[in-house]
Design a binder for this molecule. Structure first.
Ligand code: NAD
Length: 494
């Protein structure tokens, strides 16, 4: 047997104790369930249904049908609905923040920040202008018009590090551009996305937004499904490559937002005391589980020791622990698999005798996935901690002397997601930034993607991108209309 219809969405008061898939505007259970784990104390969270192939098939069929009318609604009509979704989420900020904190291990102030950023994403899309049309040529005989049309059904596959806001970027852009969407949260963090999909059904036409939680089989089923026109994927580079292979069978459009190994470059002219807190945030925010986090620190040799000491001071001043503890700055790593991966980086550094400027014992409390942050002082450039993305609270710091020797080291990676430059001399900062092979570079700020700015990885950090005007275009097909104005009898002679 497949899945079990339980209730139309919106029929009952929103419960933060029960979680369902959302299919055909209804709340749906399943015979098979699993549950997330609270990373602060490893306690089990609520059961969530595991969608079956039949659930997916039905969702795709419903989404294709819904597309027929949704794609014909106007930009303004869709924006009005996105505005209602924004207002609904705004009403639920404290509850959703609590949920995000429990499922993801974010301290409550940062979980609240993620819900606010999700509200901001809906707000941006409720006001973003349409890409409109472009007249390529308008002569006596011929008019060429480039316009953009929606793709159809989008399938969105999300990671666990920012479950809600990353899903929101996909949902709001897909809906605004006239697509219907099926969203799949990470099985590690399904709760906030399923609850959001449930709470906004009341504003959406039947089947326009559906949400399916699943096991390891659901992602591959979506990428192979002939009824899905586009996959927007955010996750690791390894999985992104699998997505691209599977999508090739039906030539689905793909957007791949993948991993990175971003460099943070600190120039000799900075105010060390002012910059150190920003550098520390860039490396350790969300316990290092941020795709664009600073994963390699390059500090000019003339201020290296001073910067190291300031960074140690900042990080030692932070409270690290389970999210139930008051005033935590860094929470646990989100899941056991990631905890073991990060621990592997600690062990590799220890075995190879690299110096831990701070940190080193790997664990903070045995009851959760808490890891005390670590800075590795000047490991060799071939070390794992320099070469690979740990996606946890451990970062290497290395000195540099000249731009000429620095830039090749910065670009010595197969990834190209982000980078940051701290420099008082803006001309020099721009010169360095423009040589970094990455989709986004921040100057004098830690790494903070903005909804209005296109976000796309270079090299193995991705394909295409999301957010901003260009992000909207990634949910649309270009179409060029050739309009001949002359008498049709004369067209052959032109
Ligand atoms: P992951 O690749 O393990 O999983 C991501 C999603 O893909 C999950 O929903 C998972 O269920 C699904 N999935 C797994 N196998 C699949 C398959 N074969 N086909 C289709 N879907 C499949 O990534 P993760 O561990 O959840 O996230 C961490 C990674 O994501 C890090 O590398 C991080 O840098 C990256 N990330 C990138 C961005 C960005 O915008 N570039 C943002 C956040 C995270």
């Amino acid at each position: 047997m497949g899945s079990i219809e339980t209730a139309p969405a919106g029929a009952a008061e929103l419960s933060y104790e029960k979680f369902h898939n959302v299919v055909a505007s209804g709340l749906r259970g399943s015979e098979k369930v699993h549950h997330g784990v609270n990373p602060s104390d490893k306690s089990p969270l609520w059961d969530v249904p595991i969608a079956t192939e039949r659930d997916l098939d039905e969702a795709v069929e419903v989404a294709r049908k819904a597309f027929e009318s949704w794609s014909k609604t106007s930009w303004a009509e869709r924006q009005e609905i996105l505005g209602k979704m924004r207002d609904e989420l705004t009403k639920h900020i404290p509850d959703m923040a609590r949920l995000l904190s429990l499922e993801g291990g974010k301290p409550i102030q940062f979980a609240t920040g993620e819900v606010m950023a999700s509200v901001g994403t809906l707000d941006y899309h409720s006001k973003a202008p349409s890409p409109g049309e472009e007249i390529l040529e308008d002569g006596d005989d011929l008019k060429l018009t480039l316009r953009y049309v929606p793709l159809g059904v989008a399938g969105a596959i999300c990671p666990w590090n920012f479950p809600l806001v990353l899903a929101m970027g996909k949902i709001s852009a897909a809906l605004l551009t006239g697509n219907t969407i099926i969203i799949k949260p990470s099985p590690f963090t399904p709760y906030s996305v399923l609850k959001f999909a449930e709470m906004v059904q009341q504003y959406l036409p039947h089947g326009v937004l559906q949400a399916l939680n699943g096991d390891d089989k659901l992602g591959p089923m979506m990428t192979e499904h002939p009824g899905i026109d586009k996959i927007s994927f955010t996750g690791s580079t390894a999985t992104g490559k699998r997505v691209m292979v599977a999508a090739a069978k039906t030539l689905k459009r793909v957007t791949l937002e993948l991993g990175g190994n971003s460099a943070c470059i600190i120039c000799p002219d900075v105010d060390v005391a002012k910059v150190a807190p920003l550098v520390a945030l860039g490396a350790f925010y969300n316990s290092g589980q941020l795709c664009v986090a600073s994963k390699r620190l390059f500090v000019h040799e003339s201020i290296y020791q001073e910067m190291l000491e300031e960074l140690m001071k900042v990080v030692k001043g932070w409270k690290v622990g389970g999210t139930a503890e008051e005033g935590c700055m860094l929470g646990p790593v989100q899941n056991e698999m990631q905890y073991n991966i990060v621990k592997g980086f600690f062990e590799d550094c220890a075995v190879n005798g690299y110096e831990f400027a701070i940190g080193g014992k790997a664990v903070g409390n045995e009851s959760g996935f808490v890891i005390q942050p670590a800075i590795i002082n000047n490991p060799p450039s071939h070390s794992r901690i320099v070469k690979e993305e740990p996606f946890g609270p451990i970062v290497p710091m290395m000195p540099w002397s000249t731009e000429e020797e620095l830039i090749p080291r910065v670009n010595d990676t197969r990834t190209g997601l982000g980078g940051s430059v701290y420099c008082a001399d803006i001309e020099r900062a721009n010169r360095i930034a423009s040589q970094i092979e990455a989709g986004t570079v921040w100057i004098n700020s830690f790494e903070r993607p903005l909804t209005q700015a296109f976000f796309a990885g270079h090299k193995e950090s991705g394909l295409g991108g999301e957010l901003g005007r260009h992000g909207l275009l990634s949910y649309m097909n270009p179409q060029v209309i050739h309009l001949y104005k002359t008498d049709v009898g004369k067209v052959a002679k032109l």
